[in-house]
Design a protein around this ligand. Structure first.
Ligand SMILES: C[S@@+](CC[C@H](N)C(=O)[O-])C[C@H]1O[C@@H](n2cnc3c(N)ncnc32)[C@H](O)[C@@H]1O
Length: 297
């Protein structure tokens, strides 16, 4: 893939910058570097005392941005954001500026057929963001029991046809490519309809989401990072989290609410901030984005 084909557009960029209320000399953490759109915009606002630490669990992401020779006050680490609190203890870092998490996948990962996220790719079902993880989507689909697969599709994808899909997966194993799985699921939706169907979103969307969340343990790592270590997170620091589906948003909302009740955080946005009509026009990914912001008190 060439550099020109990196087509990720950062979601809610202005809203993130505005709500992080960046102080040029403080320390910030971006747990989801991706194409570095948010990170670079934060960096532009920092002076030489300010510092940005950016993590990404995908080694390709870190390698790509490292090649651009980041400046001294930008630290890049190939780590899962769940490791931030251990990292702060080890490196004796205090986050006094803020935290950004822009959850999920970047368009770069989604569009790269070799990563196994695409409905149309003839490549193996992989779906790991961290390529060192032991379980990939092919393992789930080809080795797990029918009940385990149905549960994963239902819990993480809220897929109503989870049982029928799981049954069909069992009957078609081994499933060797993303496209093969997407077609198996599509057939179930087409069969269940009396009309000629046209789909707004691909009928495999929920199942693919479920497999991705399961493989990358996306909900567990979000819960882990939200166990803030207030020894390393200072009063006044802002926390901005962009989620893309209700399962994630619920976790963020509940964590912020609990911290508010304990008197540790105040909510900056009472309701989640969503994309403007202008942004929706140019970036389809922003459709489901919800930004929640809180401040350490
Ligand atoms: C939506 S993209 C971020 C895009 C970025 N904000 C930008 O403006 O270009 C999400 C990125 O976070 C990474 N990621 C997702 N979950 C992660 C986790 N638990 N720890 C570290 N990185 C993660 C993904 O590998 C992906 O590169």
């Amino acid at each position: 893939m060439t550099d020109e084909s990196y087509s990720h557009i950062s979601v809610l960029l202005n809203e993130v910058l505005e709500n992080l209320a960046i102080d040029e000399s403080k320390t910030y953490f971006d747990g989801t570097l991706g194409a570095a759109g948010h990170s670079r915009a934060i960096l532009e606002k920092l002076n030489t005392d300010g510092r940005l630490i950016s993590f990404d669990q995908d080694p390709e992401v870190i390698a790509r941005i490292t090649k651009t020779k980041p400046g001294k006050n930008w630290v890049l680490e190939n780590k899962n954001f769940r490791e931030i609190w251990d990292y702060c203890s080890q490196e004796k870092i205090t986050i006094d500026g803020g935290i950004l998490l822009d959850l999920g996948l970047s368009s770069i990962q989604l569009d790269d057929p070799d990563r196994g996220f695409s409905f149309y790719a003839e490549t193996p079902l992989d779906m790991r963001m961290d390529t060192d993880l032991e379980i990939n989507a092919a393992n789930v689909v080809n080795k797990f029991s029918e009940k385990e697969i149905a549960d994963i599709l239902f819990i993480y994808g809220e897929e109503k046809k989870s049982r029928v899909i799981a049954k069909s997966i069992m009957g078609n194993r081994p499933i060797n490519s993303c496209k093969e799985l997407a077609e198996i699921i599509k057939k179930i939706y087409v069969k269940g309809s009396s009309r000629k169907m046209s789909f707004k979103t691909h009928p495999a969307t929920k199942s693919f989401q479920a497999l991705r969340i399961y493989v990358n343990k996306e909900l567990e790592v979000l819960e882990d990072v939200l166990k803030f270590d207030f020894n390393h997170l200072k009063k006044g620091a802002r926390i901005a989290i962009i989620s893309f589906h209700s399962l994630e948003d619920r976790i963020v909302k509940n964590a912020f609410r609990n911290y508010k009740q304990e008197g540790k955080l105040q909510l900056i946005s009472k309701k989640p901030i969503t994309a403007s009509a202008q942004e929706l026009d140019v970036n389809a990914r922003s459709r489901s984005a919800k930004l929640r912001v809180a401040e350490v008190i």
